[in-house]
Design a protein around this ligand. Structure first.
Ligand code: ZN
Length: 439
């Protein structure tokens, strides 16, 4: 186990007191932080890093994404949800091979590390290949193989996802966790949801699902089942296991009380919600009732990037605008949603704060730049001024994944080449032709 000492950092701890430390040190032993402020007496580091002019904070946690959708970035623009899916996204997804999923996930991993994400909750297909990408790149990952019901699945059915859980639960020294991924209450029928919930309980894993993305979904659910989507999931036992519910936009007061009582995590994806014109997750109301609200990017076919710093900023701005209240989502709350709330949902409650005993999942941002000056308020600078490109160093479980903007666990040239040529081939384009067009 190696010992590392990071010196002279300005630290946004996101601890319970919201402590901000200037010119302070962080001592790390193995995968844990052992001291913050000053190294313990006699601490003998194997490696010392001078973090002068850098802000140190917990790494970001992307609590809802489809990593391999990086292949569809910029492929489905300015369309309503039904046309976005049927005319564009599905055209690509119906042809994906497991090798495509791997390279899409590697491209996503590079982008996530580059922008300071240390863990992600993924919901997609051919998930063994996403697990490989997480294993190789050093990220933490909570992985669900998405299924639609008894048929029309991609790669596996429900028993197949059980095998996936058994293969990968706790792999990569515990960095990889798994759960079940029924797509949504509008794609999966109630009997299938109930069966999935029972299987999850037996396996002692959770469920990651899409929930209440449009008023139409709620209206259809009421017409068909006489229940809102939230009520339908509760009635079928889904909330008997830890549940991550993506979006949660159209949830009424009764739904919100159910989500709070059952300990469901709601993942707001502000960039996706704005870009697809979906609506606004009532995050302040949910938080006030004790719901764990985390943030995610969703796939890059809708959000176009995997930038959690941007999601935290938009989570603040969207509520200030929507509620016409500049005091909505104050202080470091959006940063907590983008870090520790996600970490808790993904099963690493010891990640997401800089304090002794916590997991060493942290990032450094270069603040020796015009948009960081003056440094009156580091939280405001982080939330409203910082750029993803300011992230210079990323550590997961005490291991550096990026140092001084250099990737240490992946071959970026190979990833860029494989990802672009494969993504273009899926839509009938040729990289050579594209390059010629661009001159
Ligand atoms: Zn999604």
């Amino acid at each position: 186990m190696t010992r590392k000492l990071i010196e002279h950092a300005d630290i946004v701890t996101l601890d319970p007191h919201g402590a901000i430390l200037r010119n302070a040190d962080v001592a790390i032993d193995g995968d844990r932080i052992v001291a913050v402020g000053q190294a313990p007496a006699g601490f003998q580091p194997d490696e010392t890093l001078d973090a002068t002019n850098h802000v140190l904070m917990p790494g970001f946690v992307n609590a809802h994404t489809h990593a391999s959708m990086t292949f569809e970035r910029g492929w489905a623009e300015d369309l309503p949800l039904d046309r976005w899916f049927n005319e564009r996204v599905w055209v690509v997804e119906s042809q994906l091979s497991d090798e495509d999923v791997y390279w899409g996930a590697m491209l996503a991993a590079a982008e996530m590390i580059r922008s300071g994400t240390v863990a992600f909750a993924d919901h997609y297909f051919y998930m063994d290949r996403v697990a490989e990408a997480a294993e190789q790149t050093g990220l933490r990952a909570l992985l669900a193989w998405c299924v639609f019901g008894e048929e029309h699945n991609i790669g596996v059915d429900l028993p197949g996802t059980v095998d996936f859980v058994r293969r990968w639960q706790g792999a990569a020294d515990g960095r990889i966790r798994t759960l079940l991924g029924p797509h949504s209450p509008y794609m999966c029928d109630p009997q299938f949801l109930a069966r999935t919930a029972a299987v999850a309980a037996r396996l002692d894993v959770g469920i990651h699902i899409h929930l209440a993305e449009s008023q139409e979904q709620v209206d259809n659910s009421l017409a068909r089942h006489d229940r809102t989507p939230v009520e339908l999931l509760e009635a079928n036992g889904v909330f008997d296991v830890p549940t991550i519910a993506a979006h949660g936009i159209y949830v009424n007061a009764i739904d919100q009380a159910i989500l709070a009582r059952r300990g469901v995590t709601v993942v707001q994806c502000p960039n996706c919600h704005m870009k697809l014109g979906m609506g606004v997750t009532p995050a302040p109301a949910l938080l006030a009732q004790g719901v764990n609200v985390a943030l995610g990017t969703d796939g890059t076919a809708s959000s176009n990037d995997l930038n959690m710093l941007k999601e935290a900023r938009l989570a603040a701005l969207i509520q200030k605008l929507h509620l016409a209240d500049p005091e909505a989502m104050p202080g470091d709350l959006p940063l907590r949603m983008a870090t520790q709330n996600g970490a808790k949902a993904l099963g690493w409650p010891d990640s997401g704060a800089i304090a002794p005993g916590k997991l060493a999942d942290l990032i450094l941002l270069d603040c020796d730049q015009p948009h960081w000056r003056p440094r009156h308020d580091l939280v405001a600078n982080l939330l409203h001024s910082a750029q993803a490109g300011d992230v210079s160093d990323v550590m997961v479980a005490g291991r550096w994944l990026m140092r001084q903007r250099r990737f240490l666990t992946l071959d970026i040239e190979q990833i860029l080449w494989e990802a672009e040529r494969r993504a273009l081939a899926l839509v009938g384009q040729d990289l050579a032709v594209v390059r010629r067009y661009k001159g």
